[in-house]
Design a protein around this ligand. Structure first.
Ligand code: UD1
Length: 417
């Protein structure tokens, strides 16, 4: 199995390009099931979750061709199953995003239940009650969810709490429902806005994406489209945190400042210099890092997907900071590994106190999930000596060429067997 070897400490300096957003590309790829015409997507990151989704689409009758950062998708028209099997869903929870489009277009969908994952239970009950509100019949049997509907009917549905995947599934399904659908208490993440832009390019009638209430006018059919995926705020944010952490000077070209506002405000508060252009972000830092707490929240709050990386940064702050995780119930699995590297962190439920600054030292650490892996790589950049991050298949799910980007910034990082 491959691992990453990081030799620290390093000071990162330089410019790297942003990558396309995995979490925007995944629902957009699922939305290709809503039509039978060719679709061209650009800025699609070459990461493992995207390959899994392309595999799932092939299984469902949509072929793909990769040309650089673009992917062309062509529905084959051949008879194919309306099913996302366990083998694919177990490796990527976002496979449940085919549920809404399949149901809306083919009247039937059978998707393996994703079950628990490393960061918490993560049910899909809200996706299902939302689809029921549009007239679908839902059954759970043999570990699969099976949904049927003759013709989905527009309806008013209020999410009891915001859910990113749930909002995306309902948004896609409602595009082919009869009449008007009003979704309330929606998630407002930039990835949802990007999905809506793509659906509108396919001919959908959508207003309010990025706001609390989204209104969708159902259409009889959607057509082919071309679309460029937004850049990945989580990957970009990870490199910006790394820049401050290593007291370096890092610019990400193509990053979207508005999507990263909650992080940039924090970096500014802790004393970093943050320069923002229309399409780039530069951070610089020297000297002490001020301790500042974060509370993770749905967008526009501080993203849970940057919590672990931010915690690594706080291990180097001058004083005590707190990290409160409100989105997932089990998202501190990186903490024991950071502690093994010398960090001083105490957990109480979903609340952590970080005492800094700690002199970190390199050792072998185990990645447990995607973002936890990234925080351990960052820790390796400031640790004395060699850090081996094991199980980097988690990292490869969502970071595009992480080691080569870090090398471009001057880090001594390599992938070893
Ligand atoms: C998406 C992101 C993930 C990010 C998360 C929160 C993708 C592919 N993944 O995940 O990287 O960490 O948003 O920003 O875009 N919940 C329920 N019932 C449901 C659905 C959700 O209880 O039916 C709960 C979840 O357990 C969690 C919370 O709602 O506690 C938020 O989850 P959700 O926004 O749905 O996250 P995902 O779409 O799974």
């Amino acid at each position: 199995m491959q691992k990453l070897l990081i030799r620290g400490p390093t000071r990162l300096r330089g410019t790297i390009p942003a990558s396309g957003a995995k979490n925007a590309a995944l629902p957009i790829l699922a939305a290709c099931l809503l039509c039978d015409e060719e679709i061209e997507l650009r800025n699609v990151p070459a990461v493992r979750d995207i390959r899994t989704m392309l595999q799932l689409l092939e299984h469902l009758g949509v072929e793909n061709e990769r040309l650089g950062d673009a992917v062309i998708l062509r529905p084959t028209g051949r008879v194919s199953p309306d099913e996302a099997p366990y083998e694919l869903v177990k490796t990527m929870r976002a496979s449940v995003l085919v549920l809404g489009p399949l149901l809306a277009r083919r009247g039937h969908a059978r998707v393996s239940l994703p079950g628990g994952c490393a960061i918490g239970v993560r049910p899909i009950d809200l996706h299902l009650t939302g689809l029921e509100a549009l007239g679908a019949a839902v059954e759970l049997e043999h570990g699969y969810v099976e949904t049927r509907a003759g013709q989905l009917e527009g309806a008013r549905f209020r999410f009891p709490q915001p859910t990113v995947g749930g909002t995306e599934n309902l948004l896609m399904a409602a595009c082919l429902a009869r009449g008007t659908t009003v979704l309330e208490n929606c998630a407002r993440e930039p990835e949802i806005v990007d999905l809506a832009r793509f659906l509108v390019a396919m001919g959908a009638g959508i207003e309010g994406a990025g706001e609390d209430t989204i209104t969708i006018e159902g259409r009889d059919r959607l057509g082919g489209a071309r679309h460029s995926v937004i850049s990945d705020r989580i990957q970009d944010g990870t490199y910006l945190i790394a820049g401050v952490l290593t007291r370096g000077d890092v610019t990400v070209e193509g990053a979207r400042p508005a999507d990263l506002a909650p992080l940039l405000e924090k970096l500014d508060e802790i004393g970093a210099r943050v320069d923002v252009g229309e399409e780039h972000i530069r951070v610089r830092h020297e000297g002490a890092i001020k301790p500042r707490g974060v509370v993770t929240e749905p967008f526009p709050g501080f993203p849970t997907d940057l919590q672990a990386q931010y915690m690594t940064l706080m291990t180097q702050a001058d004083g005590v900071s707190t990290v409160s995780e409100t989105v997932f119930e089990n998202r501190f699995q990186h903490v024991p590994e950071l502690v093994r590297m010398g960090a001083d962190i105490h957990i109480d439920g979903t609340y952590a106190r970080v005492h800094g600054p700690s002199a970190l030292s390199g050792t072998s650490v185990m990645a447990t999930d995607l973002r936890a892996s990234a925080c351990l790589v960052l820790a390796g950049l400031v640790a004395e000596g060699e850090t081996f991050v094991h199980r980097i298949y988690h990292l490869d799910r969502g970071y595009e060429q992480m080691e080569s980007k870090l090398q471009q910034l001057g880090a001594r990082v390599e992938r070893v067997d």
